[in-house]
Design a protein around this ligand. Structure first.
Ligand SMILES: Nc1ncnc2c1ncn2[C@@H]1O[C@H](COP(=O)(O)OP(=O)(O)OP(=O)(O)O)[C@@H](O)[C@H]1O
Ligand SMILES: [Mg+2]
Length: 286
């Protein structure tokens, strides 16, 4: 997709004590829905927090809309065009869903009251919370609370949405709704989301990144990631000791990735296979 980069990262690094959370990252991206995959502790949230201007880097540079989050004026300008859903969103539990999102809308400087209330209703509707919007946060289920936080991130139609595991805790119906909403937004904005759901990435992301140990192991289309595993996935009745990884499928077969033995029953790879191969190859140091 051709467009000016919305995000530009140059030698970006972040360290916590002796942990290198983000390691010398170079990357740029523009319009569309971009999925960020990686194991627990890979550095996804750290990267997203830096992009959302809530955490400063230790090394390298970040540009968002060509602006520098380290500069106070630039940071404010970025925040005005940004929606962010943290992995753990702290919500005022005694507010109703409507009042909470309305409060965030005030902070986002949507000052005209009728405009603001219409916008609050729009984003609550986007996340399927219209019927429950006057309930207090503390009485909502975990998935509903998550959707309220997501609604707040959608306020004001941001040019950049940074979403840390937006579908975590959502039921299948709400996941589908989320995909539809984010795909629509991705036509005119940049949506960068982290997830552990490879099928989600396959379903609606145009681009996928795989991060591990703070480094980018893959950057390309979901199809390219699946294609990484072409000729490297096979089915067997017993776990194959030569495989990099083997696991039991729902059918009771063993699915293996790695270098298949001669006469192996090689099958079409999924995105999951591609992801596991990329992540495991790295761990194996190949
Ligand atoms: N505030 C912090 N203080 C110390 N270490 C931290 C802090 N935040 C993150 N880390 C460490 O940085 C590394 C990356 O963490 P991060 O939360 O970015 O991973 P993640 O990819 O989001 O993982 P998950 O899938 O579990 O959400 C981990 O080793 C983590 O322990
Ligand atoms: Mg995280």
């Amino acid at each position: 997709m051709s467009s000016a980069p919305v995000i530009e990262l140059t030698s970006l690094s972040k360290t916590f004590g002796s942990t290198i959370a983000v390691d010398d990252l170079d990357w740029s991206g523009g319009l569309g829905v971009i999925g960020l995959l990686g194991p627990n502790g890979a550095g996804k949230s750290t990267l997203l927090r830096m992009l959302a201007t809530v955490l400063a880097q230790d090394g390298g540079a970040i540009k968002v809309f060509g602006l520098d989050p380290a500069d106070a004026d630039d940071r404010l300008a970025i925040r005005r065009r940004l929606g962010y859903l943290p992995q753990e969103a702290g919500l005022y539990r005694n507010f109703t869903a409507f009042d909470l999102v309305d409060y965030v809308a005030v902070l986002k400087e949507i000052t005209d009251r009728p405009t603001r209330r219409a916008e609050v209703r729009r984003v609550l509707d986007d996340v399927g919370m219209t019927d429950d919007m006057h309930r207090r946060i503390r009485t909502l289920s975990g998935g509903m609370q998550r959707r309220v936080a997501l609604a707040a991130a959608l306020l004001g139609r941001p040019d950049l949405l940074v979403l840390d595991e937006p579908s975590a805790g959502l039921d299948p119906d709400q996941r589908l709704r989320l995909r539809t909403v984010l795909s629509e937004i991705g036509r005119r904005a940049t949506v960068l989301l982290s997830t552990h759901q490879t099928e989600e990435v396959a379903a609606f992301c145009q681009r996928v990144l795989v991060l591990d140990h703070g480094r980018l192991l893959f950057d390309g289309s979901p199809r390219d990631l699946a294609n990484r595993a072409v000729g490297r996935v096979w089915i067997s009745e017993q776990p194959d000791t030569d495989a990099l990884r083997s696991w039991v499928t729902g059918d009771g077969d063993i699915r293996n990735i790695g270098v298949p033995p001669a006469a192996a029953d090689v099958v079409e790879p999924t995105l999951d296979d591609g992801y596991l191969l990329v992540a495991t190859d790295e761990a194996a140091g190949t």
